[in-house]
Design a protein around this ligand. Structure first.
Ligand code: CMX
Ligand code: CO
Length: 146
């Protein structure tokens, strides 16, 4: 069951500048930063609020580390902006299988590593009315490993 907005992924050209905008303009704080080599991004997670399922909602600011990464290609075509939305679930495997059973393409056979030790997969935007959609099961203690 999808129980929260886990994050909104925002593609940017310069992570430090974009973090400065969100922290200065809105007063949000950086909860976590990391490089995810597999996804081809340097990222910052800004925690916005905690949620009734025991999780939280974040902004995920994403700077590509390779031009041929998903975010690098998207930026070249569209410029900066909202890249994807992510729903949180306690069971990414089960929810991905159930959604695949409804005819939506799930991009990974097995969930991969996402921010803060989470497990993630993606649904194809062409099957989701133009929205790249991520499913996330957070680690037990997000951010603890960094
Ligand atoms: N939102 C909406 N539509 C998108 C999109 C996005 N973020 N990215 C691509 N598309 C659309 C394109 O506009 C294109 O549509 P048209 O054919 O109508 O022009 C179509 O999907 C194919 O796009 P493409 O540029 O040819 O790109 P690819 O097919 O090579 O890749 C996708 C698209 C979704 C498979 C790829 O971006 C992907 O695997 N994404 C999942 C991984 C990811 O995004 N990682 C970064 C975030 C990591 C994190 O959140 O932790
Ligand atoms: Co994401």
């Amino acid at each position: 069951m999808l129980t929260r907005i886990d994050h909104i992924g925002i593609a940017c050209r310069d992570l430090d500048e974009t973090v400065a905008f969100y922290t200065t303009t809105y007063g949000f704080e950086v909860f976590h930063t990391e490089i995810n080599e597999e996804q081809g991004v340097r990222e910052a997670m800004l925690k916005i609020n905690e949620t009734s399922d025991g999780g939280a909602s974040y902004l995920q600011l994403l700077e590509p580390i390779r031009e041929d990464s998903a975010v690098g290609k998207w930026l070249a075509k569209n410029g900066e902006g909202v890249h994807h939305i992510a729903f949180g679930t306690a069971d990414v495997d089960g929810d991905a299988a159930a959604i695949a059973g409804k005819g939506v393409r799930v991009l990974y056979d097995e969930p991969r590593r996402g921010s803060m030790g989470s497990r993630i997969t993606f649904l194809h935007p062409k099957d989701c009315h133009g929205v790249l959609t991520e499913l996330v099961t957070a680690a037990e203690n997000p951010g603890a490993e960094h």
